[in-house]
Design a protein around this ligand. Structure first.
Ligand SMILES: NC(=O)c1ccc[n+]([C@@H]2O[C@H](COP(=O)([O-])OP(=O)(O)OC[C@H]3O[C@@H](n4cnc5c(N)ncnc54)[C@H](O)[C@@H]3O)[C@@H](O)[C@H]2O)c1
Length: 289
């Protein structure tokens, strides 16, 4: 199917990434359905889209009519049949748990027409394993967007073991239509960006634990020494320290390579509920900010 035949995209999940992806698709002119399991999560997704846009309205960067027009292209629903009705392409952004993903893929496979392509936004899980519960493994692919999805340019397009060339080409073409830059990656733990980035963040936790430098100085060193816009701890607090640990666990488990062993300090922070900005405290304290 050429990408110009895609008119409607169904997004599964209205969390951080699902809402951002739905917004990106609507801004590119697609009709969008955004599905979550409960109405309050769907409503939360709309808030995630609307609140930052209304801040742009306050700053005179957009009009309220622009925001309304964009949001009106997104149909929120809890009904999977309703979401998939008339959709040619699905982008899945539900919890990063293989049991949940596999249930969602099995259900989508029963409901969607046979030509519909499924793309997963997973950060680290196997596309092949999700595809294996469907009768269309050649039409299952990874499309790994970065947070915040409406802003970040890159999408890693992941080829699972059974993904066809046509599906990879369609996903890459769709990225371009969404205003993104695709890179093609074969399925491998952490793909490219997380395989490089998260072990670097993990090593920063090792440095901190060894007392080699303060958190502030480690962040400062990486920002001024390598032109990173955020230091490793600022980034870990922004993306969620638990997410970083999850990625390290996958890299370590899948490769068995000791270089991917999660830092004990990273683990300790997660056990203490210091998950970063979302919990009010991570490496830094956000409660007073
Ligand atoms: N947060 C990030 O920085 C980031 C970046 C890139 C990729 N990802 C990936 O995106 C995916 C989603 O992550 P997130 O951060 O948006 O998570 P999130 O927890 O913010 O949102 C997940 C949403 O999925 C919903 N959900 C659960 N089961 C569902 C089902 N059966 N049908 C529909 N919705 C369902 C949940 O109710 C929740 O609202 C994960 O695979 C994650 O690895 C996250």
């Amino acid at each position: 199917m050429p990408s110009d035949q895609i008119r409607k995209i169904a997004v599964m999940g209205a969390g951080t990434m699902g809402a951002g992806i739905a917004q990106t698709c609507a801004a590119a002119g697609f009709e969008v359905a955004m599905r979550d399991i409960d109405q309050r999560f769907v409503d939360g997704g709309f808030r995630r889209i609307r609140d930052p846009l209304m801040k742009r309205v306050e700053r005179g960067k957009m009009t309220k009519a622009d925001v309304d027009a964009l949001v009106s292209k997104i149909h929120g629903t809890v009904d999977i049949k309703d979401a998939l009705q008339g959709a040619q392409f699905v982008i899945e952004a539900v919890f990063e748990k293989m049991e949940v993903k596999r249930e969602v893929y099995a259900e989508m496979d029963r409901v969607a027409g046979p030509d519909v392509v499924f793309a997963s936004n997973t950060s680290s899980l196997s596309i092949t394993e999700m595809a294996n519960v469907t009768k269309r493994p050649d039409r299952v692919v990874g499309m790994h967007f970065f947070n915040p999805a409406p802003v970040m340019k890159l999408v890693e397009v992941i080829r699972g073991s059974e993904t066809s060339d046509a599906t990879v080409a369609l996903a890459k073409d769709l990225c371009v239509r969404l205003g993104k830059e695709p890179v093609e990656v074969k399925e491998s733990p952490g793909f490219v960006v997380n395989r490089l980035l998260v072990p670097m963040m993990n090593e920063a936790f090792n440095l901190l634990q060894e007392g080699v430098a303060s958190a502030e100085d480690i962040d400062k060193a990486m920002k001024l020494g390598t032109n990173m816009p955020m230091g490793p701890f600022e980034l870990a607090d922004y993306t969620g320290i638990d997410i970083g640990l999850d990625v390290m666990e996958v890299l370590y488990r899948e490769t068995g390579d000791p270089k991917f062993r999660p830092s004990p300090l990273l683990r300790k922070y997660v056990r203490a509920g210091r998950l970063g900005k979302k919990s009010g405290r991570g490496v830094y304290d956000y409660t007073g900010r």
